[in-house]
Design a protein around this ligand. Structure first.
Ligand code: TRP
Length: 330
């Protein structure tokens, strides 16, 4: 029996954060054994917001793939490639755009949200409005049936399914499957100051941080502000460090909660424990990263091979799409 196809993508917009690892990458790594997986560096998607200054795009692509490999993605098992290397993504995006109502794109909740949030950038562009459609093209191009994503991407998957249905209806063939989301379970990690983790807030823990850097950042992590002396009873419910204990110190988290509430452990000591958990979790990844850092040729070869394998699948499906839309051989 043929394996199901899984597709996912990540925008190369800078260093990967700890949350990317515990959210997306962990689930990708597990899927590799069961499915035919394609993992794509979606550099065209990055351009929709970074079009004014694309200078970092290639560097970020290398960096992201290094992180992927260091975390455990395996190019022997999965197809790892860059979106802009497989032009069929653009062709399918164009063809889908012919029958996608503008209103479908305008009502995607992330669209208005992002326009609001990224106020410093002019995003009243055709490309930005079409972001979800490009994502639909990514997925449908491989007739993927499952897409591991975070909750924020659900609306994009919904529109992908609508587009698949519309295509199948218009061209009278059940060609595209309607892809399902595989939801990343881990809750979103806050930044060390308790706000949303974001580069622009300077509160991130990055996958590439040196162990000492991690120790330093964890030391600065905010804890229960109502706790003045170290043997005051603490409230883990309002403590950022406690959220991280829940993810990286699962065996001891119940105990940590008790001793905190009883005021039996000070925040300094508690965070020291936590830092060591995070460090030992990241250490093997850090070492694999180091080993890959100066091997651009190797990374490039992986992406070239991935693009070749992805292109073969894309070519086959696009030939069929062209035929169904009467764009095939004259
Ligand atoms: N929009 C996704 C994100 O920001 C990235 C993405 C682009 C994607 N194309 C995709 C994810 C296809 C899954 C499938 O996270």
């Amino acid at each position: 029996m043929e394996k199901k196809t899984v597709f996912s993508g990540m925008r190369p917009t800078g260093r990967l954060q700890l949350g990317n690892l515990t959210g997306a990458l962990d689930s990708w790594i597990k899927l590799q054994d069961k499915y035919r997986c394609l993992f794509c560096v979606v550099d065209w998607h990055a351009l929709t917001t970074a079009y004014e200054d694309p200078t970092q795009l290639k560097e970020n692509t290398y960096d992201m793939v290094i992180n992927w490999l260091a975390a455990g993605l395996d190019p022997e098992k999965s197809i790892i490639f860059r979106q802009s290397d497989v032009k069929e993504h653009a062709e399918l995006h164009l063809l889908l755009s012919m029958f996608t109502p503008l209103s479908w794109l305008e009502r995607v909740p992330t669209y208005k949200d992002q326009l609001q949030q990224l106020k410093g950038k002019d995003l009243h562009t055709y490309g930005f409005l079409g972001y979800p459609l490009l994502m639909a093209a990514d997925i449908l191009l491989y007739r993927a049936e499952a897409v591991p994503v975070g909750e924020d991407q659900i609306p994009h998957l919904e529109i992908t399914r609508e587009i698949a249905r519309r295509f199948n209806y218009l061209y009278r063939q059940q060609f595209f499957p309607e892809p399902e989301a595989i939801l990343n379970k881990v809750k979103i990690l806050p930044g060390i100051d308790g706000r949303k983790m974001s580069k622009s807030y300077g509160n991130t823990i990055d996958m590439s941080d040196h162990p000492d850097e991690i120790r330093k950042k964890v030391r600065k992590m905010v804890t229960d502000p109502g706790r003045i002396r170290k043997n005051d009873p603490g409230n883990p419910d309002v403590c950022t460090a406690f959220v991280f204990h829940g993810v990286f110190n699962t065996e001891e988290v119940a105990n940590v909660e008790q001793v905190c509430r009883r005021g039996e452990i000070g925040c300094v000591q508690c965070k020291k424990q936590l830092a060591e958990r995070i460090v030992s979790f990241l250490e093997p990844i850090y070492e694999r990263r180091q080993a890959l850092e100066n091997k651009k040729d190797y990374i490039r070869a992986i992406l070239t091979d991935g693009a070749k394998r992805a292109s073969a699948l894309a070519a086959e499906n696009m030939a069929k799409v062209r035929e169904l839309m009467n764009l095939g051989q004259l």
